[in-house]
Design a protein around this ligand. Structure first.
Ligand code: G16
Length: 542
C-alpha cells in the first residue's frame, strides 16, 4: 500500500558541488531525508518501471536512508531497485552499475571525504542515466521541488533485508541486492593488464593501500590481493566502518600521514595509495615522493596508452579550472583537446558523453576516464600500477622525467576551514569588485596580466555556469585562484590555489612552498585573507 505523507518544505536543500551535504543530525530531522528524496524523484519523473541504483559509502545513517529510499522508490513508479549488499557501493561502482543496468539513475549516499559517525556528515546525491552526477539544470529542479514540497510517497511495507544477495518484491517493484565489488572488478580487468601488474608485484615491488576504513576496503582487497596477488595485509584499514574508525577519510597529507610517512623511509614500500569515504578520490605516493593530484592527472594522461584500455590513445583531457595546468602541457605537446571546466565532476559528463575527452581530473584528488562518469580512486591506482609495470621505473623517476619533458607546474592549495561565512563572502565580493582594475597592478616582481571570475559555457549543451572562482593571472602564466568550497557543512572553507610554471629542469627540485613563496605572500595581500578572516596560516596545504 502506498502512503502519502504530508510534509513541509526545508529551505536548505540546495545541492552543492556534489549533492546535498549536511551534518547527520540535520538529516535525522523527521522528513528531512524523505523530502529531499521525493524532490529527486519529482525532478527525475520516472515514467514507470525504470531501474534505480542505490548505494552508499557505509557511513552512519546509510542503512536507514537506503531503506527509506527503497520504500519511496517503490511508491514513485520505479520497477527495480539495484542495491549493493548491506547498502555498500563505491561511487564509481554505482556509476558503473547505472550504466551497465541501463538504469534511469542512481542515489548515492555519501559525504565523501567528510568525517562520519553520529556527529559527522551525511550526503545524498543523484546521478543520471549516463552514470554521472546530475547536471546543474537537474540539481536546480531538485532544489525547486524541495522548496515546494507538501507530501512524499512511501510504501507501507518494510524494506527487505539488504544484507542477502538476490531478488525480492516490494509492492510492484523488484529489489535486487548485488555484490558491490564483482561488476566493478570485472570492468577494471578489461582496462588494465592484470598479468603485467601481477608480474610486477611478484618481482618484489611492494605496495600499500590505505582504505581508511571506508568503502574501498572490499574492492581493494578483491582486486589488489585476490586478483593481482599482492600479499595479504597490503590493504590496511580495509574494513568499512560507520565512523571510519574515528578517522577522517580524506586521502591527503594530513589524514593519510601515516601512509605517507611509511613511504618516506628508506626500505619502505615502492608505491602507496589511499582512497576516500566513497572511493572516488585517490592519493598516490611513491617512495620518497607524494604525487600531487594535478601532476598525477598529467602523468596518467601522458602514459595512458601503456594500458590496454587506452592503447588506441586518448581523445582529450579535461580538468577543473583550479587544477594546475600541467595536463595542458601534455595536451599541447600531444595535439590533444583540452577543456577547462568549473569545479565538480558533473561538468565532465557532457564532454565524456560526446567523446571529446577520455581522461579528466581535479586538484581535489580526483582522476577518472570515460569508463564511468565519476572520478575513480582505484582506477587511478591501477593505471599507475599498469604504467609502473610497463616502464619499470620508480614513481619518483617517472615524475622527474615527466617534468623534464613538459616542465613543472609548481602547485599548492591552501584551505582555510570553518571560517566565518560572512567574512568569506565579503572576501570574495571584494575581490570581484576589484577585478576590473587589477590588470597591470604590480605585486613585488609579479604583474597582473588578467583577472576574472570564471564562467563556463558547456561546449555540448551551451549551458552557462557563472561565478566559479576568481582567477588572477600574472605575466609569465603564474596564477592565484580564490573560491569557496561547495562541499563543507560548517561555516565556509576558502580555497586558495597557487601555481607557477618552471620550464628549467635544473630548477625542478625545489620544495613547492619555496618555489611559490612570492605568490603565497601575494595571495594574502590581494585576498586580504588575514585581515578579513583573522587567520594567519591555512589549516590544510595540499
Ligand atoms: C566533490 C566533487 C569534486 C570537487 C570536490 C571539491 O568531490 O565531486 O568535483 O572537486 O568535491 O569541491 P569543493 O572545492 O567545492 O569542496 P567529492 O570527492 O567530495 O565528492
Amino acid at each position: 500500500m502506498i502512503e502519502t505523507v504530508a510534509t513541509t518544505p526545508f529551505d536548505d536543500q540546495k545541492p552543492g558541488t556534489s549533492g546535498l551535504r549536511k551534518k547527520v543530525t540535520r538529516f535525522q530531522v523527521p522528513h528531512y531525508a524523505a523530502n529531499f528524496i521525493q524532490a529527486i524523484f519529482d525532478a527525475a519523473k520516472p515514467d514507470g518501471g525504470e531501474t534505480l541504483v542505490i548505494g552508499g559509502d557505509g557511513r552512519f545513517f546509510n542503512r536507514e536512508v537506503i531503506l527509506t529510499a527503497i520504500r519511496m522508490a517503490a511508491a514513485n513508479g520505479y520497477g527495480r531497485v539495484v542495491v549493493g549488499r548491506s547498502g555498500l557501493l563505491s561511487t564509481p561502482a554505482a556509476s558503473n552499475l547505472i550504466r551497465k543496468r541501463r538504469a534511469a539513475g542512481g542515489i548515492i549516499l555519501s559525504a565523501s571525504h567528510n568525517p562520519g559517525g553520529p556527529d559527522g556528515d551525511f550526503g545524498i546525491k543523484y546521478n543520471i542515466a549516463n552514470g554521472g552526477p546530475a547536471p546543474e539544470k537537474i540539481t536546480e529542479a531538485i532544489y525547486r521541488h524541495s522548496l515546494a514540497m507538501t507530501e512524499f510517497r512511501i510504501i507501507a511495507q518494510t524494506a527487505p533485508d539488504i544484507s542477502k544477495l538476490g531478488e525480492t518484491r516490494l509492492g510492484d517493484m523488484v529489489v535486487e541486492v548485488v555484490d558491490p565489488v564483482a561488476d566493478y572488478a570485472s570492468l577494471m580487468e578489461t582496462l588494465f593488464d592484470f598479468g603485467a601488474i601481477r608480474e610486477l608485484l611478484a618481482s618484489g615491488f611492494r605496495i600499500r593501500f590505505d582504505a581508511m576504513h571506508a568503502v574501498t576496503g572490499p574492492y581493494a582487497k578483491d582486486i589488489l590481493e585476490n586478483r593481482l596477488g599482492a600479499p595479504a595485509g597490503t590493504v590496511i584499514n580495509g574494513e568499512p566502518l560507520e565512523d571510519f574508525g574515528g578517522g577522517h577519510p580524506d586521502p591527503n597529507a594530513v589524514h593519510a600521514k601515516a601512509l605517507i610517512d611509511e613511504l618516506m623511509v628508506k626500505g619502505g614500500p615502492d608505491f602507496g595509495a589511499a582512497s576516500d569515504g566513497d572511493g572516488d578520490r585517490n592519493l598516490i605516493v611513491g617512495r620518497g615522493v607524494v604525487v600531487s593530484p594535478s601532476d598525477s592527472l598529467a602523468v596518467l594522461a601522458a602514459n595512458a596508452h601503456l594500458a590496454p584500455g587506452y592503447a588506441g590513445g586518448i581523445a582529450g583531457i579535461a580538468r577543473s579550472m583550479p587544477t594546475s595546468q600541467a595536463a595542458d602541457r601534455v595536451a599541447q605537446k600531444r595535439g590533444l583537446g583540452m577543456f577547462e571546466t568549473p569545479t565538480g565532476w558533473k561538468f565532465f559528463g557532457n564532454l565524456l558523453d560526446a567523446g571529446k575527452v577520455t581522461i579528466c581530473g581535479e586538484e581535489s584528488a580526483g582522476t577518472g576516464s570515460d569508463h564511468v562518469r565519476e572520478k575513480d580512486g582505484l582506477w587511478a591506482v591501477l593505471l599507475w600500477l599498469n604504467i609502473l609495470a610497463v616502464r619499470r621505473e620508480s614513481v619518483a623517476d617517472i615524475l622527474s622525467a615527466h617534468w623534464a619533458e613538459f616542465g613543472r607546474n609548481y602547485y599548492q592549495r591552501h584551505d582555510y576551514e570553518e571560517i566565518d561565512k560572512e567574512a568569506a563572502e565579503g572576501l570574495m565580493e571584494s575581490l570581484r569588485d576589484r577585478l576590473a582594475s587589477m590588470a597591470g597592478q604590480r605585486f613585488g616582481t609579479l604583474v597582473v596580466s588578467e583577472a576574472d571570475d570564471f564562467s563556463y559555457r558547456d561546449p555540448v549543451d551551451n549551458s552557462i555556469s557563472t561565478g566559479q572562482g576568481v582567477r588572477i593571472v600574472f605575466s609569465g602564466g603564474s596564477r592565484i585562484v580564490f573560491r569557496l568550497s561547495g562541499t563543507g557543512t560548517h561555516g565556509a572553507t576558502l580555497r586558495v590555489y597557487i601555481e607557477r610554471y618552471e620550464p628549467d629542469a635544473a630548477r625542478h627540485g625545489e620544495a613547492p612552498q619555496r618555489a611559490l613563496a612570492e605568490l603565497i605572500q601575494t595571495a594574502d595581500a590581494i585576498g586580504e585573507i588575514t585581515k578579513r578572516t583573522g587567520r594567519t596560516a591555512p589549516d590544510v596545504v595540499t
